[in-house]
Design a protein around this ligand. Structure first.
Ligand SMILES: Nc1ncnc2c1ncn2[C@@H]1O[C@H](COP(=O)(O)OP(=O)(O)OP(=O)(O)O)[C@@H](O)[C@H]1O
Length: 626
């Protein structure tokens, strides 16, 4: 406030700096007791995103010439108020200020439009690319990395990186340029006041920095504890039938509440740290302002600068301090974004640990598979080979069965035939050519698998059967379902083939799921069909129908690998191999193997005694049970 006898000029000004770098400023002027103008410079980062543009565009649009010109013309107005010797000065200042403000608003609007569009494109593209690079990885990658980690890398990390690298970098450039321009203007106005600002700057920067650190570390702990609580929630929802069957709803609720309690305590501490951080920030800022006003007032009294120049300087100083504060708060985010983008690029640059597929796509294929002295251990378990020198053949027109106790390595062999993994030693040939030579899509059209626990996708039954084949007409889908004996149950559903099966096929029964999965394999009319215990949940009638279909397919020239625990399912196979501890113990037809009175005979005897063709024969034998 300054009095000069005739006129009283009041001005109130302030600025805000949020935790997220949001800035706001206000100033109000009073003349002889009454407000004659007020200007609100409130600005929120959330409401006004900064465009990702080349540097010149950002400068042009976002240095905000309008805002920077306001202090200058406010100072001129102040001079006019004090002197009233140049009536045209007031109108001129208002006129110029309005023009620059309109220009600034228009450029800001354009930049925001460009920024939002560009941001969306960058984000969508980045997310798509990370997702594709994850899909390229070998199956072992998905076993060694948690699904949650991979998902958050594809979603949260890409979002954080693209947002931070564009928005925060834009803020960095904007406020950097703005700070530099403002300081030049301050230097031009008053060298002494500018030096005074530079000296006081560390005060307003360092004090909040120390108090902010405490707040930041607590904020991070709150996030971690929230993530732990979320883990409990996700695990519970995923295993809801198990929770219900063990009547542990209260237990789940208690453990969730316990985690939330942790979050609650941390939140309280964080709130206190936030208040401390805000308080120290505003206090140090206020101290600098008071210091400059005091020193500036003395300079005005001494006639070194005009009162208008002091007003201009104070307003510049506020904007300058805000710019420096934002720079300091944004810089760590940019560094962090660089860090998290490194993780994303790690995924994008990662080469799959499996030989790339070849280009071989012969017009006709017999489906003759030769497994030659194959050794295999799962990644990371090099000391525990699962397959030890396996040699076998799948001949076109024949059903080859693979039996053996749990953990013998049957599914491991399937994994190799599907190229989920690669053998450490030995070769797998299809029609005399290494599996690796075949083109990826071609190979998986010719070699179809129905796995032990088939997974359906949350879409219609039609789309599940035609999965991976593109648009298929209903007749082909129905024909495949008929051969898998799944048409009957599908036709009885209200929406038939358009029925949605729910997440992971949870809205159909285990047996129905297997039926749909068999249809999904059969619609491909593959040269090699692999059934890994694929009929275990089917009813007897469906089992017989599928079995018939399998033998019919083989008679038509298909190679079939039939893995089963129930020996009755493999009795008709052309060749039965008994796998134990990764080694083919014996092979032959059902009658030949029974005559040998070896491993197969023992398995058969055990099942006969159980009378239920049970699946746990291997275990009972090991335990010495009946
Ligand atoms: N992803 C994996 N990583 C490491 N080891 C595994 C993995 N999957 C299976 N194993 C181990 O490899 C061995 C062979 O497993 P595999 O699934 O091939 O047995 P299987 O004969 O198909 O058994 P089942 O009849 O119960 O399906 C087992 O000892 C198993 O614990």
């Amino acid at each position: 406030m300054r009095k000069n006898g005739r006129h009283t000029l009041k001005f109130m000004c302030g600025c805000e700096l949020g935790e997220d770098g949001c800035t706001g400023g206000y100033m109000k002027f009073g003349y002889n007791g009454g407000d004659f103008t007020s200007y609100d410079l409130k600005r929120r980062c959330g409401q006004s995103l900064e465009p990702w543009l080349p540097l010149p565009a950002v400068w042009a649009g976002h240095v905000d010439w309008g805002e920077m010109a306001i202090p200058y013309y406010t100072g001129r107005m102040t001079d006019w108020i004090v002197s009233e010797d140049d009536p045209s000065g007031f109108g001129y200042a208002i006129w110029i200020m309005s023009l620059i403000t309109i220009f600034s608003a228009v450029t800001e609007f354009l930049c925001d439009c460009v920024y939002n569009t560009t941001m969306n494109r960058i984000h969508t593209r980045l997310q798509g690319q990370v997702f594709s690079s994850v899909l390229r990885q070998e199956i072992a990658f998905f076993h060694t990395n948690r699904t949650g980690d991979i998902t958050s890398r594809v979603t949260a990390d890409t979002e954080a990186a693209s947002e931070a690298l564009s928005e925060k970098l834009s803020l960095l450039m904007w406020y950097g340029a703005r700070g530099a321009f403002l300081y030049i203007l301050m230097l031009r106005l008053s060298l002494r006041l500018a030096i005074c600002t530079a000296v006081g700057l560390p005060l307003i920067l360092l004090v909040p920095k120390f108090s902010g650190k405490l707040h930041q570390s607590l904020a991070q702990r709150v996030q971690e504890s929230l993530a732990r609580a979320n883990e409990v929630a996700v695990e519970t929802f995923q295993a809801m039938p198990t929770v219900r069957s063990f009547a542990n709803e209260e237990g789940a609720a208690r453990s969730y509440a316990a985690r939330l309690q942790d979050t609650y305590h941390l939140n309280q501490k964080e709130a206190a740290a936030y208040a401390l951080s805000t308080w120290t920030t505003s206090l140090s800022g206020l101290a600098l302002k008071v210091g400059i006003l005091y020193y500036g007032g003395r300079l005005v009294t001494a006639g070194a600068i005009s009162s208008g120049d002091l007003v201009t300087f104070v307003l510049y100083e506020m904007q300058f301090t805000t710019a420096v504060e934002v720079l300091l708060s944004v810089y760590p985010s940019v560094q962090k974004a660089v860090g998290s983008s490194e993780k994303i690029f790690e995924y994008m640059d990662r080469m799959p640990q499996i030989t790339p597929s070849g280009t071989l796509e012969p017009s006709s294929l017999c489906g003759h598979v030769q497994v030659c002295d194959v050794w295999f251990s799962y990644p990371g378990r090099d000391d525990a080979p699962v397959l030890k020198g396996i040699t076998l053949e799948l001949r076109p027109g024949e059903v080859t069965a693979l039996v053996g106790p749990s953990g013998a390595g049957k599914s491991a062999l399937v994994g190799l035939l599907e190229r989920f993994y690669e053998p450490q030693r030995g070769r797998i040939l299809l029609d005399g050519r290494d599996l690796r030579d075949y083109e990826h899509h071609y190979l998986h059209r010719q070699v179809a698998l129905v796995s032990q626990k088939p997974v359906l996708f949350a879409r219609s039954l039609h789309d599940n059967i035609a999965y991976g084949l593109g648009p298929q007409n209903r007749k082909e889908v129905e024909a495949a379902a008929c051969r898998a004996n799944a048409h009957g149950f599908i036709a009885r559903l209200n929406h038939g083939y358009d029925t949605d099966v729910g997440e992971m096929g949870s809205q159909v029964s285990g047996g129905q799921r297997q039926g749909v999965a068999i249809a999904r394999a059969l619609i491909r009319d593959p040269c090699v069909l692999i059934l890994d215990d694929a009929t275990s949940s089917l009813d007897t009638e469906s089992q017989l129908r599928v079995e018939e279909e399998v033998y019919e397919g083989a008679r038509a020239g298909r190679s079939v690998l039939l893995i089963a625990h129930r020996l009755s399912a493999v009795e008709r196979a052309n060749c039965i191999l008994v796998l134990e501890d990764g080694i083919v113990q014996e092979q032959g037809t059902h009658q030949e193997l029974l005559a040998q009175r070896g491993a197969y005979w023992r398995l058969f005897q055990a099942q006969e005694q159980n009378g239920n063709n049970g699946a746990n024969t291997g275990c009972r034998e090991e335990c010495g049970g009946p």
